[in-house]
Design a protein. Structure first.
Length: 320
């Protein structure tokens, strides 16, 4: 199970890698005097991603945050998913770093034009990395908001004083969860439609990221329940159940196997199983006379009485 300290270490590592990528991007832009929307967009995305990581680092370093972080329950599950997505994010940034190294390598002849040609050849891959980094940035921003909200609820709960000013932020936070969840679902669906060895890693990373966002939504849902319980009944916030269409529950394989093993067979009228015999019904009539409600009830009563006689002894019950 991942703990906050190991996550903080992963955040620091990601900050270092993102800083290296930023240096490479600026170096390439300055050396070839490139004014390209994809290049500038990637630079802005990496810098924005680094800012979120810096905020996470500062948050983890606060003493009151450290004191209230948990490693169990919904929070512990989120730590596990967050740690996995941080590792995935580091892998993505390392790939960006390797691509930029290859694009930006120096040659003794026509260095600038060659870099431009290599960059144009890598534009499609760079655009793909941009989308991934944007997804990571959005997910980590939501995770950061989740950490702060949970700390507020935990700390304020210990003093029995939940401020009303926290509540208006919850609806906005849930809208952000929904928007990012929809975007991740669309991206995953597209990757599944063209799954190959080249994008398998990206598909796995996006699935992991969706799980990270889902677990953060569970934590916020728990926090919102606490807030609405501690504040006035007039407070109106959304709950995690609102995300059933965005984050459907994972299939339980054990339940699926049980359902497959316990098949209920359906019969046509011609193939219906025979009615119970006389001996199994005890005092039941020898011939089935009618299907009226009263006759059916009488049959059920006689069958139950027959079972009672067998259990208590023939001489204890005598119904005529």
């Amino acid at each position: 199970m991942a703990d906050p300290l190991s996550i903080a270490a992963s955040v620091i590592t990601l900050i270092q890698v993102s800083a290296q990528v930023t240096v490479l991007l600026k170096q390439f832009r300055d050396e070839v005097s490139a004014v390209d929307a994809t290049l500038n967009g990637l630079l802005q995305d990496v810098e924005g991603f680094q800012q979120v990581l810096e905020s996470m680092k500062e948050t983890f370093e606060q003493e009151d945050i450290k004191a209230n972080l948990q490693a169990t329950g919904h929070v512990g599950n989120h730590w596990k998913n967050l740690a996995r997505s941080l590792r995935d994010g580091e892998g993505t940034l390392q790939q960006v770093h390797g691509l930029l190294d290859a694009v930006n390598k120096t040659t003794s002849f026509l260095d600038g034009p060659r870099k431009q040609l290599r960059f144009k050849a890598a534009v499609e891959q760079i655009a793909c990395y941009r989308e991934q980094i944007q997804s990571y940035r959005g997910a980590l921003q939501l995770s950061l908001s989740t950490i702060i909200l949970w700390n507020q609820v935990t700390f304020q709960k210990s003093t029995d004083s939940i401020p009303e000013k926290i509540l208006p932020n919850l609806d906005k936070l849930y809208d952000e969860f929904r928007n990012l969840g929809i975007a991740l679902n669309a991206k995953i669906e597209n990757l599944q439609a063209m799954v190959s060895d080249s994008n398998r890693q990206e598909l796995d990373s996006m699935n992991n990221l969706r799980e990270c966002v889902r677990s953060a939504a569970d934590v916020v849902s728990t926090a919102s329940t606490t807030l609405t319980a501690e504040t006035s009944d007039k407070a109106s916030v959304k709950f995690g159940s609102d995300f059933g269409d965005i984050f459907p529950s994972a299939t339980n394989e054990t339940v699926v196997r049980w359902m497959r093993a316990n098949v209920i067979h359906e019969y046509d009228d011609a193939e219906a199983p025979p009615l119970p015999s006389e001996s199994s019904l005890g005092d039941a009539p020898t011939e089935y006379q009618s299907d009226s409600d009263s006759d059916i009830e009488n049959e059920m009563v006689r069958a139950l009485l027959s079972d009672g006689k067998a259990f208590h002894g023939e001489g204890l019950i005598d119904i005529r």
